[in-house]
Ligand binder design. Sequence first.
Ligand SMILES: Nc1ncnc2c1ncn2[C@@H]1O[C@H](COP(=O)(O)OP(=O)(O)OP(=O)(O)O)[C@@H](O)[C@H]1O
Length: 240
Amino acid sequence: MDTAIEVSGLVVTRGKRTVLDHFSCTVPRGSVTGLLGPSGSGKTTLMRAVVGVQVVAGGTVTVLGSPAGSPALRSRIGYLTQAPSVYADLTVRENARYFASLYRLGKDAADQAIETVGLTGAAGQLVSDLSGGQRSRASLACAIVSRPELLVLDEPTVGQDPVLRDELWAHFRRMAADGATVLVSSHVMDEANRCDRLLLIRDGLLIADDTPAAVKAAAGTDDLDQAFLNLIRKHEAVAA
Ligand SMILES: Nc1ncnc2c1ncn2[C@@H]1O[C@H](COP(=O)(O)OP(=O)(O)OP(=O)(O)O)[C@@H](O)[C@H]1O
């Protein structure tokens, strides 16, 4: 297996809490890998460690063959945070062109990214005048504008309607088909079903790392929601 991300024995403390406790996982190249788990389980923290913006207390994170946070990785990774990370006083188009210019790309790349996220009709609008869901898509356009080898997406479809969610997921699948790796967190089970692999985190521990089909089979149900509940309860029973 060609590996895009290798996390080994990762320990992260935030405040007084150990958020990730000797956490290990791998993410295959060219896959869409879903990161799932209850609120506060450590998904964002893991993503921050992967993109190299999280202080870690132990372990290693290797991304595309280099230590996470290496300067050489900056142009190879796109990161979408939960909070919109675009300039509110610029238009969608100006934001996308600005981010494109950081990668020495022109307006075609910016326009393409805007189209991909379904914002062509709002390209001339100031970000401050957009809805929450549109703002999130403007951030996504800036994260994908350079066509990164690794795309790390923290709940990219929150606030989007079903048609847009479907289109965005089709795009993630196309990116993976073209060889990119997509690591995406979500709380939505029909999205989890569209992943090649799933990582399920509970209280900073990995409790499942498999294909959606294998996760369901292991939990003895065809329903992914129920499978996760079964796995979490099984994990709680073992821990008690
Ligand atoms: N800046 C911070 N300082 C201290 N603790 C923090 C900080 N940010 C997050 N935490 C704690 O770290 C833990 C993991 O948070 P994290 O954001 O990684 O969870 P998550 O799984 O992404 O949650 P959600 O699904 O709600 O986004 C939580 O207990 C949270 O309270």
